[in-house]
Design a protein around this ligand. Structure first.
Ligand code: PMP
Length: 407
């Protein structure tokens, strides 16, 4: 016997999706990058922290310590704001109160929640061209209108920023001042100050995304926008127009998903509410483990990671100079995990990737990192988890691929 329901037409599921869901799009590069996961392909695409540097034994020991020290509380629900000792440690870095710190489940969650509490449909959000693809994905469902800010080797062009601010009533500026993903570039000190003055003058909030700041392997450390912003308001975190986001993903391990946002109370209060609705709290055990490690393991780990990435970056740049044809430019990162390559106009790096994969090497094409499209002749290379042998063979093969495309 057939049930009456089986004679009814199926519900049109896609028609039932929210407008918000319609604004989400499958990441174009995720599809392209599937081919790069074949074991014989050398991939500079991934952008993963180096797993061989993870402090496995320290995490094992910290887990045992936490379970003994806190007992069942380590496995219980906990507060939305986050584990207090961890928030205290974070707050002390900038001399602010733990009340200005919200723990989040990866800074990716921080970006999503910030989008949720700040972006109305049609709000102008200023982003670097290019910018972090994951931020675009987080903000996109909330319906922002992106305006791109031109960048050069010193980061955002603040002259152009002023013109943009005059022309558009912007709500928010999202920036990655240190060793940007995807370009590896760093915003100069002069421009940091100018960016803060201009955004304060025009009433624009700044989200400073800084997962790589501690991973500087060369050059002078620069103050964060957040720290400079605090100076501007006499050190009062509740008057700052800068929202700071950082993470333990790149300095410690990404899999614990421990990160944070620091901001003025009106922002934090809304973040707490948004996070309650999202996941109640970041896993208790993970936060306690990280709090156990920040004292001595984290600083040691930062030194280890910086040294390794510095060597890998130097190595990759030397091979780029050796194997890439004239007319190809690349950035010189002072920290972080990425560098950015610009090939001659007219070469599109999306089809180039297919040709590179035939030669057993992969990269990420640059165009998806542009909120409004463009950048077809650019690519991102990650050196963080490559061996010298892979760098040599991979860059040589990539040079050959580019040379063939130029002919
Ligand atoms: N922001 C930027 C600029 C990133 O590069 C990343 C990681 N690729 C993130 C945020 C997200 O990091 P997580 O969620 O692991 O903290």
């Amino acid at each position: 016997m057939t049930s009456p329901a089986s004679t009814l037409p199926p519900v049109d599921l896609t028609a039932r999706l929210a407008d918000r869901a319609r604004r989400m799009n499958a990441s174009a590069i995720r599809e392209i990058l599937k081919v790069t996961q074949q074991p014989d392909v050398i991939s500079f695409a991934g952008g993963l922290p180096a797993p061989e540097l993870f402090p496995l034994e320290d995490v094992r020991r910290a887990t045992e310590t936490v379970l003994s020290k806190y007992g069942p509380a380590a496995l219980q629900y906990s507060t939305t704001e986050g584990h207090l000792p961890l928030r205290e440690w974070i707050a002390a870095r900038d001399g602010i109160s733990p009340a200005n710190v919200q723990i989040v489940t990866g800074s990716q969650q921080g970006l999503d929640l910030l989008g949720k509490i700040l972006i109305n449909e049609g709000d102008v959000v200023l982003v670097e061209a290019p910018t972090y693809l994951g931020a675009l994905q987080s903000f996109q469902p909330y319906g922002p209108r992106y305006v791109e800010l031109p960048t050069d080797e010193h980061g955002i062009d603040t002259g152009a920023l002023e013109d943009v601010l005059k022309a558009h009533p912007a709500k928010l500026l999202y920036a990655i001042p240190n060793f940007q993903n995807p370009t590896g570039r760093t915003l100069s000190l002069e421009r940091r100050r100018r960016l803060l003055e201009l955004t304060a003058q025009y009433g624009v909030l700044v989200i400073e995304d800084d997962p790589y700041g501690k991973l500087r392997f060369t050059g002078e450390e620069l103050p964060s926008l957040y720290a400079l912003g605090l100076e501007m308001v006499g050190g009062d975190p509740n008057r700052s127009h800068v929202i700071y986001s950082s993470s333990f993903s790149k300095t410690l391990v990404p899999g614990l998903r421990d990160a944070w946002v620091q901001a003025a109370r009106p922002i934090i209060e809304k973040l707490v509410q948004a996070k309650q609705g999202a996941d109640l709290h970041t896993p208790t055990l993970n936060q306690m483990i990280v709090a156990e490690l920040v004292g001595d393991v984290l600083p040691r780990q930062v030194e280890i990671v910086k040294k390794a990435y510095g060597e890998r970056a130097q190595d990759m740049m030397a091979r780029l100079r050796e194997h890439f044809p004239a007319g190809v430019d690349f950035t010189t990162p002072e920290g972080g995990m990425f560098l950015w390559v610009t090939v001659p106009e007219g070469i599109d790096t999306v089809p180039l990737l297919a040709q590179a994969v035939e030669r057993k090497v992969a990269f990420v094409p640059g165009s998806p990192f542009y909120a409004l499209g463009g950048g077809h002749n650019t690519m991102r290379l990650s050196y963080s988890s490559a061996t010298p042998e892979q760098i040599d063979r991979g860059i040589r093969a990539l040079g050959e691929t580019i040379r063939a495309a130029m002919e």
